[in-house]
Design a protein around this ligand. Sequence first.
Ligand SMILES: NC(=O)c1ccc[n+]([C@@H]2O[C@H](COP(=O)([O-])OP(=O)(O)OC[C@H]3O[C@@H](n4cnc5c(N)ncnc54)[C@H](O)[C@@H]3O)[C@@H](O)[C@H]2O)c1
Ligand SMILES: O=c1ccn([C@@H]2O[C@H](COP(=O)(O)OP(=O)(O)O[C@H]3O[C@H](CO)[C@@H](O)[C@H](O)[C@H]3O)[C@@H](O)[C@H]2O)c(=O)[nH]1
Length: 448
Amino acid sequence: MKITVIGTGYVGLVSGACFADSGNTVLCLDLDARKIDMLNSGGIPIHEPGLETVVQRNHAAGRLIFSTSYDKAIDHGDVIFIAVGTPPDEDGSADLSHVLAAARSIGERITRPVVVVDKSTVPVGTADAVRATIADELRKRELNIAFHVVSNPEFLKEGAAVDDFMRPDRIIVGSDDPSATSVMRQLYKPFNRNHDRLIEMDVRSAELTKYAANAMLATRISFMNELANVAEALGADIEAVRYGIGSDPRIGPHFLYAGVGYGGSCFPKDVKALVKIANDNGKSLRVLEAVEAANDLQKNVLFSKICRHFGGAERLKGTTIALWGLSFKPNTDDMREAPSLVLIRQLLAAGCRIQAYDPVAISEAQRILLKEFGEQQCSEMLKFADSPWDAVQGAAVLALVTEWREFRAPDLHRLAALLSQKAVFDGRNLYDRKDVEAAGLAYYGIGR
Ligand SMILES: NC(=O)c1ccc[n+]([C@@H]2O[C@H](COP(=O)([O-])OP(=O)(O)OC[C@H]3O[C@@H](n4cnc5c(N)ncnc54)[C@H](O)[C@@H]3O)[C@@H](O)[C@H]2O)c1
Ligand SMILES: O=c1ccn([C@@H]2O[C@H](COP(=O)(O)OP(=O)(O)O[C@H]3O[C@H](CO)[C@@H](O)[C@H](O)[C@H]3O)[C@@H](O)[C@H]2O)c(=O)[nH]1
């Protein structure tokens, strides 16, 4: 099949590359010429395990094309995916301007019947708006071309995106037209293994399913984070509780890890957007409002513990804190809504020096923090280290923010020798308290 993907961000690039890998000819379009130039010259704009290989293999085979030309892109595809960003507006609602701009560009150019697929995460009713926008443009051109709009939300996780796309748990297809559904079935056939994972439903339910999934997962995390704070007050261990409740098949073991709050480009924005969608329709989602509030508070948890250890925020001035992990989760360089940014802001405001290390997210973190704090404060107060050990050299204490594999089993005696104030703040419950204390370090976990 000939496929066009509009928007070559995370979702656009991963889906484009995977569709090409299953034998389709895919044109990925983006307005960002630097991104397209980089892709055309063999580079890759994001850190995502396994993606480079799939992109390069299919690009070299001529099945994966990158372009900034809307004319070329719309001429190319019989199936046109919209995978542009839907960032939060000031009031929390999803900003649909990119989605509708893409729809307008489709309507301005199609010359033959197409299936248009909303892959971006969009509020219920967006497929109708996309359909109306395309129809409006066709009316202006005095053309009557048949087209269908399908909702096919994406569920990939950053850091495991290629695998998630290649081996999906489910493929949601919201469609009001059987011929469009059968195109989608054909397209997903190579990824639809073992039993039928493609779930057909109406368009509105598909749009809501995406938000519901993220909201449910975010709810589990906030529940566990709040419970962790209770466990701490009661002298219980949230890790034991997690294991205990996760063994119940009705609950299941996933997404029950207490930590420093959820971040990333999806949960924070989608929780906000779903609350707004409900409110706009005269309904409330009180549970979800609490999920968001609990998450905002949880992002302060490491700073509060550090303050308590030192006897108050005012005692932190001039202290050097080592940070391990900057990205919002391991295996990605994505810093969107990363809890590390909240901690860095709080430490800088308290007059701390920071020595931070991350395996891949340093340049992205540097870009964001330079913009926020300026050259002078960054060069005086923030050092990006070349290794985890470089980060702890001369530091008072260590805060672990992201659970990268390389942080899992450090030499604790070496750590104790390097940290002047001998304390570890473990934001991901990665370490065993007994081991850390045996090395002569104070241990602060989450909910234990
Ligand atoms: N990142 C994820 O893990 C993930 C997973 C599932 C769903 N989603 C959803 O998918 C959508 C895309 O997310 P993302 O993280 O890939 O976004 P992104 O911000 O990484 O990329 C979006 C891309 O779209 C391009 N773009 C914007 N307007 C355009 C236009 N009119 N024409 C062509 N290109 C345009 C931008 O230049 C950018 O490269 C969002 O709705 C998001 O919520 C994201
Ligand atoms: O038990 C857990 C699991 C995750 N997290 C945090 O939750 C955030 C999100 O993690 P994850 O869901 O793994 O990453 P994303 O790449 O943001 O993926 C989510 O958002 C995507 C975009 O909508 C969806 O497609 C995915 O299905 C959904 O998992 C991260 O900050 C994690 O550290 C926890 O704190 N505890």
